[in-house]
Design a protein around this ligand. Structure first.
Ligand SMILES: *Cc1c(COP(=O)(O)O)cnc(C)c1O
Length: 435
């Protein structure tokens, strides 16, 4: 078995030496992987039960055009999401353009002029800076007279109850928590930790509503932030919950009144959830959701394998291979621009689509240094598929995520090791000690 696989790897440009090194690394991860599979099994049943309980049938897959009135498939899908996340209601739509849009809908619908938004988890994700108005932008919350306060994280990168307490004001209406680290070097918060902060805030001010940015976190654990007190939870369908099949879209789950308000922001007051044609996406939304627990597990295994392999090769990795995971992102500090470029080119070369392309760093809008991105994806920009990106600046850290299947995630990472070895950016001796 292994012999044949090693030969296949050889045909795809990976030497026996590198393959054996990865075999050794993976040998040490078996227990970890078993626990990930257990979580995937639990979540698979959770998704299946929600579909069965809602009586999903063939009729739910057909979709609507035009206004999209009486779209039974869309309505049932929103019930399925509400069940999975244990919430009163949900909004799951192809018209939600991305994760930022879902979060923006949540913020604009929950806040009114004079209200204050508090970020309880330090600096928010880059794209939210313009939504909030931290970086001036036309139509931001700031332009509508909605103020903003930010509670910094403590020295360990954890949410800091005392910092949160001192930043509460009589106008604080909504507190936002970002689960995943995004592109920062801080820990991703567990659902339990999020629950503790929710209880802390509600203990002081029960009227404050809590929004959780759940991007990259869905199905990594057995529970979601909405099960520990969050009033509204938002995410992107081209990350975990779309299972790699959703071609676009975003979701919101939470309190009925808050979902209704968000639906007014999405379509219009008075129309709310009643309109929004699902066109042809429902089979992909349903099937993607069905696959999401195991796809997320594949991506998690890829992240842990990358951490373990690069740790063994002597590179700083974040989080470390042995750490608990609460999202699917892996950072590896490669220490030179050349190594970052080699890594990203190898991920691209390992992709099913556009494997022949060589990504180049470019000055992407909104970033203060050139950025390189590798993604040979079926769905453009999808980061549940094998992908890597990096700003070209010190300390030259590459962010890696995704992998629709574990074998593909494994191959992609293995391919990067071969590339760095060929480009003389890792020392052959580092592989040999496992030989
Ligand atoms: C991806 C992501 C978002 C939203 O990004 P989009 O590219 O707009 O989908 C927001 N927050 C976090 C933590 C993310 O990872």
């Amino acid at each position: 078995m292994t012999m044949e696989t090693a030969e296949m790897y050889d045909k795809m440009g990976v030497s026996r030496e590198v393959y054996d090194f990865t075999e050794h690394i993976i040998g040490g991860l078996k227990e970890r992987f078993d626990r990930i599979d257990d979580t995937a099994e639990y979540n698979q049943l959770k998704v299946l039960k929600a579909m069965q309980d809602n009586g999903i049938g063939e009729a739910h897959l057909s979709g609507t055009t035009g206004y999209g009135y009486n779209d039974i498939g869309r309505e049932a899908l929103e019930k399925v999401y509400a069940d999975i996340f244990h919430t009163e209601d949900a909004l799951v739509r192809p018209q939600i353009a991305c994760g930022t849009h879902a979060l923006s809908l949540a913020l604009f619908s929950a806040l009114r002029p004079g209200d204050e938004l508090l970020s309880a988890s330090g600096k928010p994700y880059d794209t939210l800076e313009e939504v909030i108005g931290i970086r001036p932008s036309g139509g931001s919350l700031a332009e509508y007279g909605i103020t903003y306060a930010q509670a910094p994280l403590d020295e360990n990168g954890r949410m800091d109850p005392e910092a949160i307490r001192t930043r509460l004001s009589p106008n604080t209406k909504l507190a936002a928590i970002q689960r995943s680290k995004g592109y920062q070097t801080r820990p991703t918060f567990s659902v339990k930790e999020i629950g503790e902060i929710v209880s802390f805030i509600k203990g002081i001010r029960p009227d404050i509503r809590i929004l959780v940015d759940n991007c990259y976190g869905e199905f990594v654990e057995r529970i979601e932030p909405s099960e520990v007190g969050a009033d509204l939870v938002a995410g992107s369908l081209i990350k975990n919950p779309g299972g790699g099949l959703a071609p676009c879209g975003g979701y919101l789950v939470g309190r009925r009144d808050m979902i209704e308000a968000a639906s007014h922001a999405l379509t219009s007051p008075g129309l709310g959830k009643e309109v929004g044609a699902s066109l042809g996406v429902l089979p992909l939304f349903y099937q993607g959701l069905f696959l999401a627990p195991t796809v997320t597990a594949s991506a998690l295994k890829g992240a842990i394998f990358a951490a373990a392999a690069y740790e063994a090769l002597g590179f700083p990795v974040y989080p470390k291979a042995s750490e608990k995971r609460h999202d699917i992102i892996q950072a590896v500090t490669l220490q030179s621009a050349e190594a970052v470029i080699s890594f990203c080119r190898a991920i691209q070369a390992a992709s099913p689509v556009d494997s022949f392309a060589a990504p180049e760093p470019w000055p992407m809008p909104g970033y203060d240094s050139d950025v390189i991105m590798a993604a040979g994806n079926f769905v453009s920009g999808s980061s549940i598929e094998l992908s890597a990106d990096a700003p070209i600046r010190e300390p030259y850290t590459v962010y890696f995520q995704g992998g629709l299947t574990w074998p593909h995630a494994r191959f992609g990472i293995t391919r990067t090791i071969q590339q760095l070895l060929d480009d003389k950016m890792i020392d052959r001796g580092a592989l040999k000690c496992y030989h």
